[in-house]
Ligand binder design. Structure first.
Ligand SMILES: [Zn+2]
Ligand SMILES: [Zn+2]
Length: 329
């Protein structure tokens, strides 16, 4: 965890410089506009995330070091197969951690921050929530400890995985042929960030998309279906605090107004967009509505003013929007 901390503190300025070069390329080469305010908000959130990481890294490191005593095996990381097994293990648990972040609102509350920009560019790569430690998302990697990978080895592997993902956040890199089938690429990650209904809940991998292919969540970018980015209920704010805490506040509102303890728990832990009266849209519903529209057998929702506050992500400006108009902030 120490490594995690210092590496990101050290590399963050370098990565921001590369993001600035990308901004120049977008402005001068592509002759497109650049979302400066959004990018500055991302930088502020990235710095805040590092500071919150400083406060919580010790806790996680302590927990992992304690659990390491209970391991069943000790993997020899000087062997050729040790790092290979760790890479596969990290990819596997990263996939399930990331998928759960999208499918369970408790984790989504923190992860939604990363998905909040309405443009994809390098500056947004480390727009990461400040409340990751509170959610306990690090516990997804505990099985690797029991299997014999040390806290240091896991930490380094995770940092390298996260660093790899930096270059995925750009529109400047086109599709990369056969590599798209194996690696997580800018194209595959654009799909992950897209809110078009057919792109929802796809491509959760870190360095590869192998587990997406295995578990049926791989979706390729289509030339005739340009990605649109952001959240179902777009975050039309560049205030870092609003961005970081919005979903937590929404959860608190839902819990406070719940009529039963069961509903309160379901508002916290079920999919984003779940509601006790079925008045909101989850990703699953958005995709089903879009499919129904495609098949030209539209299914109208019960209310035209659906409350879409917390649906994980889906594009309200696309086909799903023809069924329900969103409220925007
Ligand atoms: Zn995600
Ligand atoms: Zn991303």
């Amino acid at each position: 965890m120490e490594m995690n901390r210092s590496m990101l503190m050290y590399v963050l300025p370098i990565l921001m410089s590369i993001a600035a070069l990308e901004a120049a390329a977008i402005l001068l080469w592509r002759k497109q506009s650049y979302p400066w305010r959004e990018s500055l908000a991302s930088v502020a959130i990235a710095i805040g995330q590092r500071l919150s990481g400083l406060a919580t890294a010790g806790l996680i490191a302590g927990l992992f070091t304690g659990l390491w005593q209970w391991r069943f095996f000790t993997v020899d990381m000087t062997s050729w197969w040790g790092p290979v097994l760790l890479f596969i293990g990290i990819e596997f648990f990263y996939y399930w951690q990331h998928r759960t972040m999208h499918e369970c609102r408790w984790f989504w509350a923190n992860h939604a921050v990363h998905h909040s920009p309405q443009h994809i560019n390098l500056s947004g790569a480390y727009r990461i929530g400040w409340t990751g430690a509170i959610t306990g998302a690090a516990l997804f990697y505990v099985p690797l400890l029991f299997l014999g990978f040390s806290p240091q080895a896991i930490s380094i592997a995770l940092v390298l995985n996260l660093l790899y993902q930096f270059w995925l956040h750009t529109e400047l890199v086109p599709r990369l042929g056969w590599l798209e089938n194996i690696l997580n690429t800018p194209s595959n990650h654009r799909v992950h960030h897209a809110i078009n209904p057919q792109y929802l809940d796809a491509n959760y991998g870190g360095v590869t998309v192998i587990f997406d292919r295995l578990f049926g969540t791989y979706v390729a970018e289509k030339a005739d279906d340009a990605c649109r980015y952001g959240l179902v209920h777009q975050m039309n704010s560049n205030n870092p605090f609003t961005i970081v805490f919005r979903e937590w506040i929404e959860i608190w509102r839902d819990v406070r107004t719940s009529r039963t303890w069961g509903d309160a728990l379901r508002y916290i832990f079920k999919s984003p967009g779940w509601s006790h009266d079925n008045s909101r849209l989850t990703s699953e519903k958005i995709k089903a509505l879009a499919r129904a529209e495609e098949e030209q057998t539209p299914t109208m929702p019960s209310s035209p003013q659906q409350n879409l506050n917390s649906a994980s992500h889906g594009n309200l400006q696309t086909s799903a929007a023809t069924f329900a108009k969103p409220e925007t902030i």
